[in-house]
Design a protein around this ligand. Sequence first.
Ligand code: SF4
Length: 356
Amino acid sequence: MTAMKEKTAEDIVLWYTANKRSLPWRDTGNPYHVWISEIMLQQTRIEAVRPKYLSFMQELPSISALAECEDDHLMRLWEGLGYYSRARNLKKCALILVQKYHSQLPISFNELLKLPGIGPYTAGAISSIAFDQAVPAVDGNVLRVLARLFAVKEDVRSDAVRKELLDTINDLYQKIHPSGFFASFNQGLMEIGETVCMPNGVPHCCECPLQNTCRTQKEKLWESIPYRSKLKERKIIHRTLLILRDGDSFLLHKRDETGLLAGLYEFIGIDQFISEKEALKYTEKIGAVPLRISHLPDAKHIFTHLEWHMHAYEIQVEEIEHLNIAGCVSADKKELASLAIPSAFKTYIQWYALRD
Ligand code: SF4
């Protein structure tokens, strides 16, 4: 891998200034906006983040407002974005910022790294974008652009490759200092990865500021770079959901405070496929009186390391509001609107039109 030339870096900054998309969190000069958007954008598409970001900011416009937000309300604001531990870490982090940092984000990469939910990429993004510090921010998009620029043929997930790419950027940072450079350079690399040098299909090399220096473009290697060794296959879990209802009231179970989808509400679930007869028996066992049962459509939800393949039964029961089942609450459609229900259940939420 050769060092990155200062001219190449300048091209990236010029291209970014001329081509950057208008995004609600961009160029606001507010570190809180950078932080929230970067956390929301982890594993989530910009189109999905945009409306959630706007409503989040409307309700929680500052670090102190986030620190004071009720957990259930925060989960509700996060609904649809998935990976709810991100929201829990945001609140933990906001509480620390209020207590120890005068409700401000620290400028330093190393200080940022000490905070919950902030890893090297996010610390680099906040430090460089919000405070123009000379710190790299290398996410999957940037990794792809750099791997293609230098035609890196090894696995881009390997620590050695990451280190080499980070060293290349850090070397460049030693030579170049104009104000605003680091914020624009890092965002330029991200923007090239998101809009020009995309992961699927042919990259738009003729629109790319790196087209004259990029080795992948010269050698037509974009199908094989970036190279990634195969990940382990996801575990498949078969689940049966029991959707207990009494008219417009539904029974919801609150998940444990740790682990997958911690603290969120769900329909009662059993980690195996069961028959109609077994579902009725289970319903009686937890203390409800079933009246009718019917099948609902199957659904599938994919997490990073596992998949839920779901069968579901709707079970009409007697007097749902008098049921006393540990960890469960009954809620009508209006009350359901205030509960955080993960998108894993969206097939059934939509089936009953439980959300706007
Ligand atoms: S020239 Fe093409 S392959 Fe190289 S970084 Fe740009 S878009 Fe990607």
